[in-house]
Design a protein around this ligand. Sequence first.
Ligand SMILES: [Zn+2]
Length: 387
Amino acid sequence: MRKIQVVAAITMLLVFACKPQEKIVIEKEIIQKEMAGHKKPKNVIFMVGDGMGLTQITAAMISNGYRLNFERFHSVGFHKSYSYDDLITDSAAGATAFSIGEKSYNAAIGVNKDTVAIRTLTEEAILQGYKTGVVVTSTIVHATPASFIAHNRHRNNYEEIAVDVANCNADILIGGGKKYFDRRKSDELNLVEKMKKDGYKVESFLDIDPEKATIPSGMKYALFTADDDPLPVAQGRTYLEPMTMATIKALDNTEKGFFLVVEGSQIDWGGHANNKNYVITELLDFDKTIGKVLDYIDANGETLLVITADHETGGMAINPGSNSDSLSISFATTHHSGTLIPVFAAGPGAELFQGIYENTSIYDKIRKALGWKEENQRIILDDRGTK
Ligand SMILES: [Zn+2]
């Protein structure tokens, strides 16, 4: 009996020692210490390689002559990717941790664990007068982009999420999923027409080649790159790098600065398919984009770039017997895994992203780097998330 009491006491102590509130306080102190004396970035570019763990990066590196643009980063850290209700996060809870700074349940889009909508980084940037953009290789209503510009209790409510996207007021929106905007099953709304009335120039893959689009300066712009999911790189999709750079050029024209979210969405889909070539080609496309963005960061000098993944997909491993010409890859699962996720940062404030921390700390570190006021963090919005 006594032994049980002692064990219980030790367990209580351990639980107490690790309670989340304390972790947050410790991480807050580290952020404050590290920001002392550092230059504040004017712009932030946040890039997500969905499903991109260390093995995905390594496999792409080996297949590319053992070189990647990732090697240009000096500030590297890791985040703990677990969600509120699962050790293995999904992309919705993963991106929501970045966008609202709270651990939520798998499938949550910009809402906390109680399905309450919380103001996202993109929404806060818009309120403060920053220019904003989202460029992805999934649909624009998919989990990662949606978590920055929409609020919904479930990631699969694509048509509801499209209404939020059409109303989000971001300056530039590039991704697939046109059908959720202009040929909806749940109602007769034509959100493309609505966006045009609201001042957007809206173009689609039906009008132009997405990689050759010209983004007009001084007006809002939406480009639908596909009716549903955009193609994989291996089937001819090439717009991520040119449209990311065109978006940066279009946003980089104000005193206030810009906040841009970019996602290489399909690294994850290659992992789910346990298809190494799919993973590697998507990773190399993402890396090519990173190279161009880093060139911009180096020349610009006032932009913070943060790159991470929401989680790893596939439990991918490089097996014995592999060589640089022929990688033997195995996958432990067709789902996500629970491993630590790398974070790469460059530009003013990059030092903040060194170390090991919660995925929600990325929200805090970006806000801290920008010098955004603490009283404006994690603001509860209306009940849109609970409808
Ligand atoms: Zn996934």
